[in-house]
Design a binder for this molecule. Sequence first.
Ligand code: ZN
Length: 230
Amino acid sequence: MATALACLSLAADLPTSAAPTDPHFDGSDALAKLHFIYATMNAGKSTLLLQAAYNYQERGMRVATLISALDNRVGRGWIGSRIGLKAEADAFGPEDDLFAAIKADHEKSPLSCVFVDEAQFLTSEQVWQLSRVVDLLDLPVMAYGLRTDFRGELFPGSRGLLAIADELTEARSICHCGRKATMVVRLGADGKALKDGAQVMIGGNETYMSLCRRHWQAAFAAEECGVAAE
Ligand SMILES: [Zn+2]
């Protein structure tokens, strides 16, 4: 119970818990929840994750930090943030049973919260596994990830989390025009927006840029007309 409340209050962008005097308080804020903190790229999701995890550890509480691997490589991974923070994490692949792994870890030594980075790469089954961590182990799960890919399509993990998470929180970032960035473009070596290609590219030379929807569409339209994107 206390862990769920702590989890809520420690993440900067999350709503604060309702007080019992709040007429809308129904007791649900005292329960462990499945959170999805989503954004486009470079919104500081990993920074938020590392800060929230650190706040737990500072209080002597144990957390699990997991990172969804781009491929089947599992083992030790790193959660890194653009501002230089980083921490070791357990990397897992699409075949791993996260409920079984977290349950075994929790039984060995009690956990207070579970953090998942790159949650867009979760399979839909793994999203359900995380929901069972919340519902059966009474542990809050904080999943951080991208909402859509460079084509504006949902990732499998994002689709599952948007469907069943208890709490959805948007981590904001800004387009070059000042509007909220909700989209990402994949830029090729020539700096032009790419329209096609695999949802996940491993080891490619492409780069990404976060844009508002207006400029994202303009970048695609420019590519179609053969005009350089703004
Ligand atoms: Zn814009």
